[in-house]
Design a protein around this ligand. Structure first.
Ligand SMILES: [Zn+2]
Length: 493
């Protein structure tokens, strides 16, 4: 920090007289006029030292990628919509700021006000937040731009804010998964200097005088930031979020936050598309697939096609927050062609999901494959049956990409008013809430009075056919069961 401060002072001495922000951004800060109800109010930053500090932070390779992504999203939008007017990227320097939003009021020096509807980003004025946070939040801004007037849908269902390890809801998983894949990509390409010591475990220090970075804390340190930066890279890269959480005791936070997985147990398709980690692993693989790390031009071209497919998907689907966005997006990518690209993306979808989207037998086939590997039964591990199944999956998806949506059910939320889930640092609690088509065992077990028979019936019935409605769930699972008295249909207010 001291070094940074020295740099800023030196820069200011040289350029203070004519500092202007770069032309591709609008640099804002909170207005002295207090926010009223409605959108936040900002003024343009005019302080030369501040502008020069931001110029320095924008040299971070994550920041450069973020600015390029913003321009790319505007290109994609403009290609579909001749009336779209490009504008520089609004960045509001707000202490503690770390998220994207849309709509603000700009207060001019003479007190006049201009309303803006476009997406903008709130960022803490620090070098750190212009790294991966800026890139992640720009992912949300980019999706907001290509979603156009329709917007990215949102209806949070979970009892906790989203996080990479959790199963939350379909629109959160899509939006966050897209943003998280950009972070994973930056780490993979060595564009984030902070990633080496932290995420790639280059620093290994021991001893009680080195808290909290000492190895003593390591198995739990990822939770301490809530963002789980290690899981955001390693598990996304390796596709581990396709599997059920290993923690399945009656403990909501362990079931949702612990990254440990049961590698033999595939999630269901409905669970996969409500997992931001799974969504991130799909986006990451679409961008980086291949025998070796693709060159920069290939990655840029793939990122462009990903946003084009997102724009096409948003234009074609309703604004229903329960729409299966990840699968709709994969279908749009495959339909976009050309044939070679369609085949590569079908392979990503099928291998990352281990066939779960298209084959009711896929989970069993994967379990057998996993168990064969444990016993070094290599004949069964890579058997003709597995090869035949995978070939058939690909043929079916290429013949009709809509088959990827064939096993998805509805979203059927319930909550338990009596059970509150609290994360100490967030200072508030929320009722236990879940979609009965995606709840994991650990979440089910948090419902007071539920028995192992109830859980087994829930899982069996769901596997037979996803629940179509609250009534369907009650009729098939909860009728006459004491735990049903604790449940309320819908999302808590
Ligand atoms: Zn986010």
């Amino acid at each position: 920090m001291l070094q940074l401060a020295t740099q800023i002072v030196l820069v200011v001495v040289g350029f203070a007289s004519n500092a202007e922000p770069p032309t591709n951004i609008v640099l804002l800060e909170p207005s002295a006029v207090a926010d009223r109800d409605g959108p936040p109010r900002f003024t343009r930053v005019v302080d030369a030292a501040r502008i020069e500090a931001v110029r320095g932070w924008l040299e971070h390779s994550c920041a450069r990628r973020a600015l390029a992504l913003y321009a790319l999203a505007e290109d994609v939008r403009a290609a579909r919509d001749a009336s779209y007017v490009r504008s520089p990227y609004p960045i509001a320097l707000v202490p503690g700021g770390n998220h994207a939003d849309a709509g603000y009021v700009e207060v001019a020096a003479d007190g006049s006000e201009v309303h803006h509807d476009e997406p903008f980003i709130k960022l803490d004025p620090s070098a750190e937040s212009f790294g991966r946070t800026f890139l992640h939040e720009t992912g949300h801004v980019a999706l907001g731009i290509v979603a156009a007037e329709r917007g990215v849908p949102s209806e949070p269902l979970a009892s906790i804010p989203h996080t990479v390890t959790a199963i939350t809801d379909r629109s959160t998983a899509f939006n966050e998964g897209y943003a998280v894949h950009l972070e994973a990509l930056a780490v993979h390409l060595g564009e984030d200097p902070a990633a080496g010591p932290r995420d790639r475990h280059e620093r290994m220090v021991f001893g009680s005088d080195r808290a909290p970075e000492s190895e003593y804390f390591r198995p739990a340190i990822d939770f301490a930031s809530y963002a789980q930066p290690r899981a955001r890279y390693r598990m996304v890269r390796d596709g581990e979020f396709a599997f059920a959480p290993a923690a399945c005791d009656a403990d909501y936070l362990r079931a949702q936050l612990d990254p440990a997985r049961d590698g033999a147990s595939l999630l269901t398709p409905d669970q996969m598309i409500a997992s931001e980690g799974f969504a991130a692993s799909i986006f990451f693989a679409v961008a980086l697939r291949g025998e070796r790390v693709p060159d920069a031009a290939t990655i840029d071209a793939r990122e462009r096609r990903m946003l084009e497919a997102a724009a096409a998907m948003f234009a074609a689907t309703s604004a229903d927050p329960h729409a299966p966005l990840l699968v709709d997006w994969l279908i749009a990518c495959i339909q976009q062609g050309p044939a070679e690209e369609a085949r590569a993306i079908a392979d990503v979808a099928l291998d990352r999901s281990h066939g779960a989207f298209v084959d009711v037998e896929a989970a069993q086939l994967w379990r057998a494959t996993y168990l064969a590997a444990l016993t070094l039964d290599l004949g069964s591990f890579s058997s003709p049956t597995v090869k035949r199944a995978r070939t058939t999956w690909r043929e079916r998806v290429l013949a009709d990409p809509l088959v990827l949506a064939s096993r998805l059910g509805a979203v059927v939320p319930f909550y338990v008013p009596d059970v509150e889930i609290a994360v100490v640092a967030f200072g508030s609690a929320a009722p236990l809430s879940f979609d009965v088509n995606t709840a994991t065992e650990g979440v089910m077990r948090c419902i007071p009075g539920i028995t192992t028979d109830d859980e087994a019936r829930w899982i069996d019935e769901r596997a037979r056919h996803a629940f179509e409605s609250a009534d369907d769930f009650v009729a098939r699972v909860a009728k006459n069961a004491p735990f049903a008295a604790k449940l309320e249909p819908g999302v808590p207010n």
